[in-house]
Design a protein. Structure first.
Length: 603
C-alpha cells in the first residue's frame, strides 16, 4: 500500500495537534449524549405517546422500542430543482426501513434557498446565514430524542454544510446523506456563458437570455455545473458519508432509487445496538476533514468551502485554516476539469469515471486518507468503485482508467501539478484565490483600483464605460458583519467582457464569488473585512493594487497608515434581512467559518 504524501501527513498531524483539546471535549460530549442524554430511554410515557401518535402502521414497532427509528431531516421544497425530488423520499425511506425491521419518521424540515434564484438580489444577503439556520433547524428536529439514526436529505450550497453541522452536535447517532442527483445535461455551459456576456454587452435581450437560462436549468435535479452544490456531493463521498458512488446518479432512475434503499438498509446496520456501530462523531474526524480539502483541490471545487469546511470542522471539535488549504494545494494535483474549469458538466464527469476514479487514483497515489470510519462496510477503499445495477441489485465495480481524458486524468498525468486554491497575504489582509479556473498568464494582475461599496455600482460603471482599462475592481463591505457576505457572481459576465477586450482585470472583495465563477482572477473572502477594521476600507480609487497568485500576495503600494476608513454603509433592511442582524453582529471572520452560531456556542 502506497505511503501517504509527507505534506498530507504533516498537515493532518498539525490539525490533530491544534484540535487536541477541542476534539477531546467534543467526543466526550457525544459519549455522554449516547449514554445519558439524547435517546429514547430517557423519554416518559407521555413523551413517547406524543411522538408516535400519528405513526400509522409503524406505531406498534415504535411503541415497542426495540427497533431503530430513523429521523429524516429534509430540505424538500418544490421550487428548487435540486430538492424537488425529495418530496417522495420519506415514504420510500419508510418502506426501506420496514424491510430491515426499522422505522422512520420525518424529524423536521430545513430551509433550502437557491443562490441561483437570489443571485444579485436582496435575498442573497441571507444566503450564508441560511447555513446556520439550517444547522439550528436540524438540531431542533433531532432534539426530540426519538431517533437512533439520521437520514439527511439535502444537496445544495448551504444545505449540506448546515445539515452536517447540526447533525454533528448529535454525533452519537449514525448518519447518512441521501442525495438526489444532478439534472440531465441541457444547454452547454460555455454557450450559456457566451449568451450572458452578450447580454452584458447589450448585444442580446432578455428574451434570448431567458431562453438560454431555461435551456440550462430545465429539469429536476442539481444544476450540472461544478459549483458549491456538486462540490458538496464530492465532499460527502471523500468523507465516506454517502453510499459509495451516490453523488452524481440522475434523479428518477432505478439506480438512484436502489441507492436510496441501500442507504436506509446500511443506516439500520450501523446503529448502536448492532456490532458495527458507526456514529457520525467518529466518521467525521481530522482525516475526513483533510480528505474533504484534498477532494476540493483535486477536482477544482468551489471556493465557498474555504468558509464551510472550517465551520463544519469546528462543529466536530476540529480546527482548520487557510494555511492548511494552501499547504495541501501545493501537494495535490488537479485531476478533473469540470465546468467552469472545463467544458464538460458533472454528468460528463460521472460518465468519465467520476468520484470512483478520483478516489481510487488519490488513494493509490498516497494523496488521500484511506483509513476512515465510513458509513460503508469498509474504509474509503469502497468509494473507489462505482455503483451499477445487476438485475435488481446494486453492485460496485472498479474504474481502472478515465473514460474521458479531457476532463478526468490520472495522478501521473494531471491537468496541473497543484490544486489551484491559494492563500494570499499582504497589507490588504488574507484571502483565497482559485487559480484552477484562470489561465496562468492572469495569475498576476497589478493595476489602479476602482473601489465600490455595492455590486450594482460596478455594473453601472461598466455600462457607462468607466472600467475600460486595466483595473482591479474592489467591492468592499460585503463581508459577514456588513451584509451577510453575499455572492457577487453577477459581476462575472461584465468583468469577463473587460478581460476579453484585452484589459488586465481582477476582483478583490471581502464577499464571496459563486462556486460556478471562473475565468477572471478573484481575490475573495478578504479578512479582516472592511466592516471590521479591514484595510479595504482605507483604499481609494486609483491606488495601485497587486493580486499575485504566484508569490501569494495581496497588497497595495499606497500608504494606508494615516487614512481614515470609509464609513460602513447602513445595515441592510427589507426582505427579512433585519431579522438576521444578530448573526451579522456576532459573526466571526471568513477563515473561521463566518458563523455567529459557532462563536456564540464557544466552538
Amino acid at each position: 500500500m502506497t505511503e501517504l504524501h509527507p505534506v498530507i501527513v504533516a498537515v493532518t498531524e498539525r490539525v490533530i495537534e491544534r484540535s487536541r483539546s477541542s476534539r477531546a471535549a467534543y467526543l466526550a460530549q457525544m459519549d455522554r449524549q449516547r449514554d445519558a442524554g439524547t435517546n429514547r430511554d430517557n423519554l416518559s410515557c407521555g413523551n413517547l405517546a406524543h411522538a408516535f401518535a400519528a405513526a400509522g402502521e409503524d406505531k406498534p414497532v415504535i411503541r415497542d422500542g426495540g427497533a431503530m427509528n430513523i429521523g429524516i431531516v429534509t430540505a424538500f421544497n418544490d421550487m428548487l430543482s435540486a430538492h424537488q425530488p425529495y418530496g417522495r423520499y420519506p415514504e420510500a425511506i419508510k418502506i426501506a426501513a420496514r424491510e430491515v425491521g426499522a422505522t422512520a419518521q420525518v424529524a423536521g424540515g430545513v430551509p433550502a434557498m437557491c443562490d441561483g434564484v437570489t443571485q444579485g438580489q436582496a435575498g442573497m444577503d441571507l444566503s450564508l446565514f441560511s447555513r446556520d439556520t439550517i444547522a439550528l433547524s436540524t438540531a431542533v428536529g433531532l432534539s426530540h430524542a426519538m431517533f437512533e439514526g439520521v437520514a439527511l436529505l439535502g444537496v445544495c450550497d448551504k444545505i449540506v454544510p448546515g445539515l452536517l453541522i447540526g447533525a454533528l452536535r448529535f454525533g452519537h447517532l449514525p448518519a447518512i446523506f441521501v442525495p438526489a442527483g444532478p439534472m440531465p445535461s441541457g444547454l452547454a455551459n460555455k454557450e450559456k456563458q457566451r449568451i450572458r456576456q452578450l447580454y452584458a454587452e447589450g448585444k442580446v435581450g432578455e428574451t434570448e437570455l431567458l431562453e438560454a437560462e431555461s435551456a440550462s436549468y430545465h429539469d429536476a435535479g442539481t444544476c450540472t455545473f461544478y459549483g458549491t452544490a456538486n462540490s458538496n456531493q464530492m465532499m460527502m463521498e471523500v468523507m465516506g458519508l454517502h453510499m459509495p458512488g451516490a453523488a452524481f446518479v440522475n434523479p428518477g432512475t432505478r439506480l438512484r432509487s436502489e441507492l436510496t434503499r441501500a442507504a436506509v438498509h446500511r443506516l439500520a446496520a450501523i446503529g448502536w445496538n448492532g456490532d458495527d456501530y458507526r456514529p457520525l462523531s467518529r466518521c467525521v474526524d481530522e482525516k475526513a476533514i483533510v480528505n474533504a480539502i484534498i477532494g476540493l483541490l483535486a477536482t477544482g471545487g468551489s471556493t465557498n468551502h474555504a468558509i464551510h469546511l472550517p465551520a463544519i470542522a469546528r462543529a466536530a471539535g476540529i480546527v482548520v485554516d487557510w494555511e492548511d488549504f494552501d499547504a495541501l494545494s501545493a501537494a495535490v494535483p488537479l485531476i478533473a476539469r469540470i465546468y467552469p474549469n472545463g467544458s464538460g458538466d458533472v454528468n460528463d464527469f460521472h460518465r468519465a469515471g467520476g468520484m470512483a476514479f478520483v478516489i481510487h487514483e488519490l488513494l493509490e497515489a498516497g494523496l488521500m486518507h484511506r483509513d476512515l470510519v465510513t458509513v460503508s462496510r469498509s474504509d474509503l477503499t469502497d468509494y473507489g468503485h462505482e455503483p451499477v445495477l445487476v438485475g435488481d441489485a446494486v453492485m460496485w465495480q472498479s474504474v481502472p482508467k478515465s473514460r474521458n481524458d479531457a476532463m478526468l486524468r490520472a495522478v501521473a498525468a494531471p491537468f496541473a501539478p497543484d490544486g489551484g486554491m491559494r492563500l494570499l497575504r499582504g497589507n490588504l489582509g488574507r484571502c483565497v484565490i482559485k487559480t484552477s479556473a484562470v489561465i496562468e498568464e492572469r495569475w498576476i494582475v497589478e493595476a489602479p483600483c476602482a473601489v465600490f461599496d455595492d455590486q450594482d455600482d460596478v455594473l453601472r460603471a461598466f455600462k457607462a464605460g468607466e472600467l475600460e482599462r486595466d483595473v482591479i475592481v474592489v467591492v468592499r463591505f460585503q463581508g459577514p458583519q456588513a451584509n451577510g457576505m453575499p455572492e457577487l457572481h453577477k459581476l462575472t459576465p461584465a468583468l469577463g467582457v473587460l478581460q476579453d477586450r484585452g484589459f488586465r482585470v481582477a476582483l478583490v472583495t471581502d464577499g464571496r464569488m459563486s462556486g460556478a465563477s471562473g475565468k477572471v482572477p478573484a481575490a475573495i473572502h478578504v479578512t479582516p473585512e472592511a466592516a471590521n477594521n479591514g484595510a479595504l476600507a482605507q483604499l481609494r480609487d486609483g491606488d495601485i493594487v497587486r493580486v499575485d497568485a504566484v508569490s501569494g500576495t495581496l497588497s497595495t503600494s499606497a500608504d494606508l497608515s494615516s487614512r481614515i476608513a470609509a464609513p460602513t454603509p447602513p445595515p441592510p433592511v427589507g426582505t427579512g434581512r433585519e431579522l438576521f442582524a444578530f448573526m451579522r453582529h456576532g459573526s466571526d471572520g471568513a477563515e473561521a467559518g463566518a458563523s455567529a452560531m459557532l462563536l456564540a456556542a464557544g466552538l
